[in-house]
Each structure stands twice: as structure tokens, then as C-alpha cells.
Ligand binder design. Sequence first.
Ligand SMILES: *Cc1c(COP(=O)(O)O)cnc(C)c1O
Length: 382
Amino acid sequence: MTVSSQDAPRDAVPDSVPAAEVAGPRLRAALEDIPAYLPGRPAAARADGRAVYKLSSNENPYPPLPGVLEAAVGAAGAFNRYPDLAAGELLAELSGHFGVPVSHLATGTGSVGVAQQLLQATAGPGDEVVYAWRSFEAYPIITQISGATSVRVPLTAGEEHDLDAMADAVTDRTRLVFVCTPNNPTGTAIGHAALSRFLDRVPSDVLVVIDEAYREFVRDDAAADGLALYRDRPNVCVLRTFSKAYGLAGLRVGFAVAHEPVAAALRKTAVPFGVSQIAQNAAIASLRAEPALLERVAALVTERTRVADALREQGWPVPDSQANFVWLRLGADTARFAAACEEAGVTVRPFAGEGVRITVAEPEANDVVLATAAAFRTSAQS
Ligand SMILES: *Cc1c(COP(=O)(O)O)cnc(C)c1O
């Protein structure tokens, strides 16, 4: 019987070489055992039709800021064309907004994309990358991809960066240090004076990356201001993103502020045309919608205070969060607590055996968290 190629069952092609005899392409050993990036789980639909909330990825619960959707849709009409490679208009807008020269700015596919470019530019096999742990889960992944070795410095008992220990961990093999403030997932912010002293201790040929993904939510006046710290320090790079406060997580646009030649290295390592015109135009419109942004951020900060206070009232130790999430160190109870939240209609982000990160969102969602946490404490104590 002849079978036309159109009708051939998929598993019948190709029929040439048995898989066992083929070596397959050689992949870099660095890729073995890379931990998978675990995205926050989506909210599970409920049979009873009650509302469900995704509080697992620190996303903004609000729709796009005024004018942003229009800017994005306008750009979408021209997506047969490549975007502006240099993101010129966006860089000009950022330059004016943050008071930094255009030559000190570089954009990327989210600030994770920019962080990966920084590793490409600085580190490879035999080099070391220092960061606090637990911190942002992308750090170990992108470090391992680069071939460099992670040096993790445990957080203090207060869930903060141990900057003295981190400075001690810097060796002549260190090429990059990540400092995450506020820290994901604990929410704690580093003090400005403490970070300044730390930077004084790090050799000037080691790049220090201050990841400020949650900067807009900071209300502690003593917290570190990366943009003030980078100005007279050529080895400091500040990472910012449009994914969290600005609510553009799905459009993938972040940026770095750094002196030459770091900013130039970021332009060299960028995936050409990685940031779409839709993302560029939406980011510009977002920057221009600052009053509405500040209003939303203020509402989330108010909710953060309400949630943290209520949890403490219930007896939970809650570290001071300067971000749009709170951290509960649940240890062995982590999975059970996350399951209780899921059951109640909110999806949180568990870190097995350590704790749960809960995004602060709309009041109704936060109320579900508080009720679930109260019930969990009562059942744990009985
Ligand atoms: C969410 C987050 C980012 C930003 O990621 P994007 O790639 O910009 O979406 C960066 N750093 C930390 C610590 C984060 O939590």
C-alpha cells in the first residue's frame, strides 16, 4: 500500500536512523541540571464560579494605564516592520524622566533579559557571581547558563541581605554581584548608607547590579536609591522594569542605567529587535501616565500596609515589605498553606520548605488571603 506523504502518520517519519545510534548535537555541559524557572501558577477556575486571583507573580492587578492600550494597539498596526533597533524614542523619554544621559541607558526583553546580557558581558566558566539567597530565582538560572559559578550568601535571620558576608564572598574570581532591593521574595529593602558602604568595599572592577524591579513601591526614606549610587560609581548598574508597577509584564521591556562601557556592552549583547515596537510605545505612554501610575502604586502600598498589619495581628511574623508582596516563612507548612490558599481561590507562590510569597493585589483578593491565613493559624494552633 502506498501512503501519500500528506496522510503519513507523524510517527512514521523519519524512518532513517535508529535514535540510539545517533550521538545528537553536543550541548554545553553548563545546561545540565539548570533549575527550571517556575512561573507563578495561574489562578485555577473554581467549580462554584467564585472569583479566583493570581497572587503568584507579583503582577499589577490593574488594567493598562490611560493611553497605554491605545499606544500599544497603534503600534500593532505596523508589526510587519521591525521595531526601532535603538529604541531611540523610549531612551529619550527615559533619559528625561530619570535625569540620566541616553548613553547610560539600555533596554532589553524585561530586566531579566538585561540581567542575562550583563552576565554575557562579564562572566564565563571559572568566574563567580555573588548574590543573596534566597533572592530572585532567575539569578541562579542565568548564572549557570553563562557557565559561571554561583556564590550564594544566606539572608540574615531578619530576611535581609547580609552585605558584610557578601563583601567577604567577593574574590578575585568575582565578576558580578546581584543586589536585589527590595528583595524578591522577602520584600526587605537595603538601607542607602549600608549599600553605599558595601559598594565602597567591592573592588571597582567587579560589576554590581542593583535590581530595583520593585522600586516604585518603596516608601522607606532610608532605603537605597540605586540611581543616586550609580552616578559616581562606574561599576554599578541599576536594573528597572516595566513589568511590575507599570503593569507591562506581558510586553517584556526593562532597562539598565549604567556608565559606559557597561551600557555599550548591553547594546552589543542585545538580541537585535528584541523589544517590540508595541512594548516601546507602551512603555513611553506608561511613563507619560505618571499621575495615574502613582495613584495605583499608592493604592497597592496602602493595601500592603493593611495586609501586613492584619497578618501581624494574627500572629504571623511578617518582614517589612517595600514591594508589592509579602513573605511568610512557613518552613514545613509551606505546601499546606499554599494549598489552603488555592482552595480559597488565591494562587500564591510557594518556595518548597521555605515560605510563601503573596502578591498584594485588589482588596477583595487580599481579603481572601487574610481570611485564609487566619483560619490556617487557628487550625495550626488547635
Ligand atoms: C519581576 C522581577 C524582575 C523583572 O522581570 P522582567 O523580566 O522585567 O519582567 C526583575 N528582578 C526581580 C527581582 C523581579 O522580581
